[in-house]
Design a binder for this molecule. Structure first.
Ligand SMILES: [Mg+2]
Length: 251
């Protein structure tokens, strides 16, 4: 039976320098900025976990990263990839899956006006309140997919303010069509048609048809990853991740 691992990347398999628990991690850079500088690192335990998975299973990165950001991760991925929070699925040759691209094109078109308006409001509020934050629309393969805001210069309270006063009420008023994800320096608004879980479900069904029975494992750190992990036979989360704190730590 083939083993598939749907693997979130940031804060699951590696993290930025500031979030690394020990200096040891800095020996293992794996993701880079556009200027080529090392940005994210694996701890020795994350490296061991990667080796365990990579030796025994087919790994499918399941990430919010867009294509450009995925290409700046220096790990040997050989199979399919789920990127853009599930907005795009790449085949092993790196080509977007045509069916999925068409499916997401209609979801993207429906959300474009709303998310564009949210972005404009966010930019106005950021300028008006002088918040150390930056908002943008994540667009990949010409599809506007989701809204994301991040804080700057360590000012997490500025992103909290934006969330509380603009983004959260905006999403609450449209909760049947949009959802909010917040984990650390990442505040995202996604149309409900967009989500890693939809892409994971699609690929599991497709591979079931091609390869028969599968053994699937979902790995992620964010509460929002729980939905795609729930599509899998087993679910793994790092200790002290957001998901761990919201579930296992409470027991
Ligand atoms: Mg993550």
């Amino acid at each position: 039976m083939k083993t598939l691992v749907f693997l979130d990347l940031d804060n699951t398999l590696f993290q930025t320098r500031q979030k690394c628990p020990t200096e040891d991690a800095l020996q293992f850079p794996v993701a880079y900025l556009r200027d080529g500088s090392a940005h994210s690192f694996m701890t020795p335990k994350q490296r061991q976990f990667w080796q365990l998975l990579n030796t025994n299973a087919t790994i499918i990165p399941t990430t919010a990263r867009d294509l450009d950001a995925l290409q700046r991760v220096q790990l040997p991925f050989h199979s399919w990839s789920i990127i853009d929070h599930g907005g795009v699925i790449l085949n092993p040759a790196g080509i977007p899956d045509a069916y999925w691209l068409e499916h997401m094109t209609s979801a993207s078109q429906m959300a474009q006006v709303d998310l564009g308006a949210l972005l404009e409001m966010a930019n106005t509020v950021i300028a008006h309140q002088k918040l150390a934050a930056r908002a943008q629309m994540i667009t990949d393969f010409q599809l506007p997919l989701y809204f994301v805001a991040k804080y700057r210069n360590g000012k997490s309270g500025d992103l909290d303010w934006l969330q509380e006063h603009l983004v959260q009420p905006w999403v609450l008023a449209r909760s049947t069509t949009y959802q909010l994800h917040r984990n650390g320096n990442n505040l995202a608004v996604l149309p409900r048609g967009l989500g890693k879980e939809h892409a994971v479900r699609y690929l599991i069904k497709r591979f079931n048809n091609e390869w028969g029975d599968l053994f699937t494992i979902g790995v992620g750190d964010s509460v929002s990853d729980g939905a795609f992990m729930a599509e899998c036979d087993y679910a793994i989360t790092p200790r002290d991740s957001q998901l761990f704190s919201a579930t296992l730590k409470l027991l």
